[in-house]
Design a protein around this ligand. Sequence first.
Ligand SMILES: *Cc1c(COP(=O)(O)O)cnc(C)c1O
Length: 477
Amino acid sequence: MSKTPPDDAIDYRAWSHRAADWGADYLDSLAERPVRPKVKPGAIAAQIGASPPDGGESMDAIFDDFERIIPGGMTHWQHPRFFAYFQSNAAPAAQIAEQLATAFAAQCMLWQTSPAATELEVKMVDWLRQAVGLPDTFQGTFQDTASSATLCAVLTMREKALGFTGNKEGLFGKKPLRIYASGRTHSSIDKALWIAGLGQDNLVKIPTLDGPLFPMDAAALRQAIAADRAAGMQPAGIVMCVGGTSVGATDNIAEVCAIAREEGLFTHLDAAWAGSAMICEEFRTLWTGAEHADSIVLNPHKWLGTPMECSLHLVRDPETLVRTMAIQPEYLKTHGKDGIVNFSEWSVQLGRRFRALKVWFLIRAYGLDGLRRRIRNHVTWAQSLAERLRGEADFEISTEPVLSLFSFRHTPDGIADLDAHNLALVNAINDDGRIYLTQSVHEGKTVIRFVAGQFDMAEEDIHIAFDAITEVARSLV
Ligand SMILES: *Cc1c(COP(=O)(O)O)cnc(C)c1O
């Protein structure tokens, strides 16, 4: 017996088809769009109604406004010539899975609230663990972002160091807990210490050695730990980094993990971007020793191809994580022992999306070989661009490629302020619209970052990048 639909029901089937057509046309048209929109601040807001409507509007009107207002105000992260920040990929097969996950509107907090979502998540975490070559001593979950995974790891460091009394008693009157990381780690580490109540001042930034990898100085790390103990503070953990955001800084993981073992410290490895490349065996030397880390995060939503949000958080001992994060009495903590996992006990958020579906579709549609081929191409093409720029007399490579990331400067004769010149250059390149780049500051100098990694990028896009960079640079002098 079919029931009468509510008055304001929309034709879900028709509009879903319309959205699918729109999405397909959009993806086809990307290469012709400027990567970054040419809009002034406030220009989009000025086109949106000042107050919410009391009555429902037609989907025709809504969709028309969407097409008229929104795409022209978007930065196109799926553009093949998006070479800024780190990529945010949404491979077509994974996008389809995301649409299906939305249809369920499933709240995947407990096994019983979505058994298939939980069991698929256990399997997909394990598929990815195998894909990046880590031993089966790791289990894990999909957190929303690397920031959340790192927060969970820092909270675990805190609770472990306090004998699991922090959640109950708070931190007042306790010895300061100290966490160590190189000065080149991501700001999400600093933020995790803020939120965990440990305080910015207790994140000890260890100096780094020279490039190309800029690893943390192990001798300085040992000294810092010893000095803190001598001063009556309590070392709690070390956050390591592989493929840092600015210039790809990469710690010596085996060496730092060995120090952590001697000192009894918990380790977390942030490989948010570079971790995806570990599906290629030849890149794994970058994180030799990763199997000794207590906690690892990598973002399939950056380089691998799943839409946001999908951060793989692997841990060697789920019990420590669950003891830190589960707000349930001990007798309800099952963490995998009897085959039932409640993933909300592994994370900050209670409610969680069905994240594993997009991983399943992605890996099956392209195969690990298809994903490896893309990552290898990105690395090869970025490195070829670095070589071409190095060959031009008026360019210098500022930091050598780490996988598909490098930085450069335009250094023509007769320019007094090269920092200002390179800042002007990155803005001019982005106004040109063919490619999108971002700048960074490295050792006090403004450098321009280049990172390749869009899912459907082609070799020709690298040639366009070379032309855009050199033409715009020379037009400025
Ligand atoms: C992108 C990035 C992060 C932050 O990732 P989110 O998933 O956006 O929280 C952390 N660390 C590194 C090295 C990154 O590249």
